[in-house]
Design a protein around this ligand. Structure first.
Ligand code: PLP
Length: 429
C-alpha cells in the first residue's frame, strides 16, 4: 500500500499489498460469482450498505476493486467503478443523473460511438443531449435549462486534437449544481481533470490504460469534490428517495462512507440493474497494463512529437494536426490542461484527397490498420473512408475530417522505425 501521489508508485502499490491467505503479490484473479457471508448480520449489513464488502461479482469483486482504487488514486478521486467497456462508462455516467425528460449539454467533439449513444440511443430513451461547440465555453451556459443534469466532453478529442476548456466549463456548471463529466481516455496521466474543476472522469480502459490491446473495459471515477446536494432540485437522482433502495436518498444514505453518493448509486443501481460489469479476468489484464502506464505515456508523447515534427517537414504533407503546432487559445488550453506531453495522437493531411489517404494506409508495413487508439503498437486509419464514412461531407468537415486526413496513434516502438515506416509509405503515395 502507498500514500504516494506519484503515478509511477500508485500504479504498482495502491489498493492491494498481498493476498491475506497465500501472500500472492500479483493481484489475484478472483474468478468467482459469489462471496460467502460471515453470518446473517454481516450479510444484512452489506445489503443495507452499512458496511462495504463483496456480495456478487456483477456488483463488486476484489480484482476489480484493486483496479478501481488505482485509477481513482491516479486521478486524485475518491472512488471508481469499473465496467465492461468505455461505452458502458459513458452511458452510466449520464444515466446515473439524467432521466427521461432531462437533458445533458455535450461538446460536439466526441468519439463516434459516444456521438451515436448521445444522438440516438439516449434520445430514444428520453434524454436529450444538446451538442455545443466547445471553442466558446459560454455555449454550455446558453444551452442550459432547469432540466440540465450534466455537462460532458473529451479532454483531447480526435481528429481535431483541440484540448477542452475544462476549468471554464466546470466553473459555469458548479454554481448551477451541474457537474462536468470528462472522458479522459486519450490523456491519462497527462491531464488530471479534477485539478481543473471536473467532477467525474470516464475512461475507455481499452486504450492507453490497457495498452496491450487484449481487453475491452471502462471506468468511471468520482472526484468526491462535487456537492450533489448544493442545488438539490438540480440532481433528483441523488436527492430524492430511491424507491428501488428502500427510499434511500443517496446524498444522505452514504454520508458516513465519504463523498461517494454518485459512484455508489452507479454501482448499486445501474450495475445491479443493467449488469455491464467487467470480468475479473479483464480487470486483471487492465491491472497489468496500468503498471506501466506512466512509462508508456512518456514514450507515446515523445514519439508522437517526433512524428509531428517529421511530418511537418515532409513536402507531401499539407497540414499536421498536433497540439505542438497549435496557436492562440487552442495552444493555451493544451499547455494549461496537459503536462508531460501532448499525447500519442497525430493527424495529418495529404494532397490528393481520399485516394492519397487510402494509398498511404495500404503502403504501411509496421503500423496496424485498425480503428483503435492507445495501443502500445503504432496504429493508423483513414477516417473519411472508414470511421467517418457515414457522415455527410459537411458533417465530415465539421468534425475536422477532410478527404486526405490520416489519423495516427503513435506507439512505443523505436522512433526510428516508426518514422521509417511513415517515410516509405509517404514515398509510395
Ligand atoms: N471514449 C473514447 C475517447 C474512445 O476513443 C472510445 C473508443 O474508441 C470510447 C470512449 C469507447 O470505448 P470502448 O471501445 O472501450 O467501449
Amino acid at each position: 500500500m502507498t500514500d504516494s501521489k506519484n503515478p509511477e508508485t500508485i500504479v504498482l502499490h495502491t489498493g492491494y499489498r498481498s493476498d491475506e491467505t497465500t501472500g500472492a503479490v500479483a493481484v489475484p484473479i478472483y474468478q468467482t460469482t459469489s462471496f460467502q457471508f460471515q453470518d446473517t448480520g454481516h450479510a444484512s449489513r452489506l445489503f443495507a450498505l452499512q458496511e462495504l464488502g463483496n456480495i456478487y461479482t456483477r456488483i463488486m469483486n476484489p480484482t476489480q476493486d484493486a483496479l478501481e482504487q488505482r485509477v481513482a488514486a491516479l486521478d486524485g478521486g475518491v472512488a471508481a467503478l469499473a465496467v465492461s467497456s468505455g461505452q458502458a462508462a459513458s452511458a452510466f455516467a449520464l444515466q446515473n443523473l439524467a432521466w427521461a425528460g432531462d437533458n445533458v449539454v455535450s461538446s460536439t467533439d466526441l468519439y463516434g460511438g459516444t456521438w451515436n449513444l448521445f444522438a440516438n440511443t439516449l434520445r430514444q430513451q428520453g434524454v436529450e443531449v444538446r451538442f455545443v461547440d466547445p471553442s466558446a465555453p459560454e455555449n454550455f451556459r446558453r444551452a442550459t435549462d432547469d432540466k440540465t443534469r450534466a455537462y460532458y466532453a473529451e479532454t483531447l478529442p480526435n481528429p481535431k486534437l483541440h484540448v477542452f476548456p475544462i476549468q471554464e466549463v466546470a466553473d459555469i456548471g458548479r454554481p448551477l449544481g451541474i457537474p462536468l463529466i470528462m472522458d479522459n481516455t486519450a490523456a491519462p496521466i497527462l491531464c488530471r481533470p479534477f485539478d481543473h474543476g471536473a467532477a467525474i472522469n470516464v475512461y475507455s480502459l481499452t486504450k492507453y490504460i490497457g495498452g496491450h490491446g487484449t481487453s475491452i473495459g471502462g471506468m468511471i471515477v468520482d472526484s468526491g469534490n462535487f456537492d450533489w446536494g448544493a442545488v438539490p432540485e438540480r440532481q433528483p437522482a441523488l436527492n430524492q428517495p430511491d424507491e428501488s433502495y428502500h427510499g434511500a436518498v443517496w446524498t444522505e444514505a452514504v454520508k458516513p462512507l465519504g463523498p461517494i453518493a454518485y459512484i455508489i448509486r452507479a454501482r448499486v443501481i445501474l450495475l445491479r440493474d443493467l449488469g455491464s460489469s467487467v470480468s475479473p479476468q479483464n480487470a486483471f489484464q487492465f491491472i497489468q497494463g496500468l503498471e506501466t502506464l506512466p512509462l508508456r505515456m512518456r514514450e507515446h508523447c515523445r514519439n508522437a512529437s517526433a512524428v509531428a515534427e517529421y511530418l511537418g517537414g515532409h513536402d507531401k504533407v499539407t497540414n499536421v494536426i498536433h497540439p505542438s503546432n497549435q496557436t492562440g487559445e487552442e495552444k493555451r488550453r493544451a499547455d494549461t490542461y496537459m503536462s508531460g506531453g501532448y499525447g500519442g495522437l497525430v493527424g495529418f493531411e495529404l494532397d490528393g484527397g481520399k485516394e492519397a489517404g487510402q494509398k498511404f494506409i495500404e503502403s504501411l508495413k509496421m503500423f496496424y490498420h485498425v480503428a483503435n487508439i492507445g495501443d502500445a503498437r503504432s496504429l493508423a486509419i483513414h477516417p473519411a473512408s472508414t470511421t467517418h464514412s457515414q457522415l455527410t461531407p459537411e458533417e465530415q468537415q465539421a468534425t475536422g475530417v477532410t478527404d486526405g486526413y490520416v489519423r495516427l496513434s503513435i506507439g512505443i516502438e523505436h522512433v526510428d522505425d516508426i518514422i521509417a515506416d511513415l517515410d516509405q509509405a509517404l514515398a509510395a503515395v
